[in-house]
Design a protein around this ligand. Sequence first.
Ligand code: SAH
Length: 258
Amino acid sequence: MSNENQTIHEFDLNIIHDYFRNTERQGPGSPEITLKALSFIDGLTPKSKIADIGCGTGGQTMVLAENSASEIIGVDLSPDFLRQFNQNIQNHNLQGRVKGVIGDMKNLPFQEEELDLIWSEGAIYNIGFERGLNEWRKFLKKGGYIAVTENTWFTEERPTEIEDFWHEAYPEIDTISNKVAQMEKAGYLPIATFVVPESCWTYYYEVQHPQMQESLLEKYKGNKSAEDFIAYQRYEAELFNKYKAYYGYVFYIGKRIK
Ligand code: SAH
């Protein structure tokens, strides 16, 4: 990667970090749904090791930590989010058992069969659902679990406007039954799927309020990529309000059997 590209990449992350600064979550989720997903995972002990991939500032990681006794490693590409993650660990007094590391989900810093559970809320799309399930499986012990949220079609047919938007933004979006088939094909036993409630999305878009967007537009005045990012977030929220009957996040929980 050239230096120029690196700078652009870091700059993009800076905007995203600025945008989600001080938010507890950087994707649609809630403590309740994290707990619900956790209720499907058997056999965690104080010796178990959990990885939270694309952990962001760690909203869901703290819920996992406070409701299990296992060691947890949060992995994220953004040093800024990890700084907030580490502050979060201190505030919850979890520094003995939880740590955050900078890492790329496309090249995870784990040994084969090291992990008992892989968690990833609102982040696997960065590698792609199918690739993530396939590439991450080797890090799980046999019988270990994976729990991820993924954008999913709720219906077989969709209005063109929303179909086109998601095919451009995330072509891997698909129906629950197709996602479950991908999970089986990747060597997992599907344990549970459930739809993330609409309230999680409402909250996610509420924290992206107009005053924050306006003050960032002021700060990044003339910066095309920042302006585009904010316009895109606004458009995505608008489309969600219009078409939420057709898609949303689904939690997929699987168990490594191959
Ligand atoms: N899990 C958190 C954050 C979701 S936002 C929550 O639900 O609130 C997606 C996160 O994935 C961001 O923190 C982003 O920095 C991270 N991310 C994006 N690409 C990544 C990559 N290649 N490797 C690791 N983390 C990545």
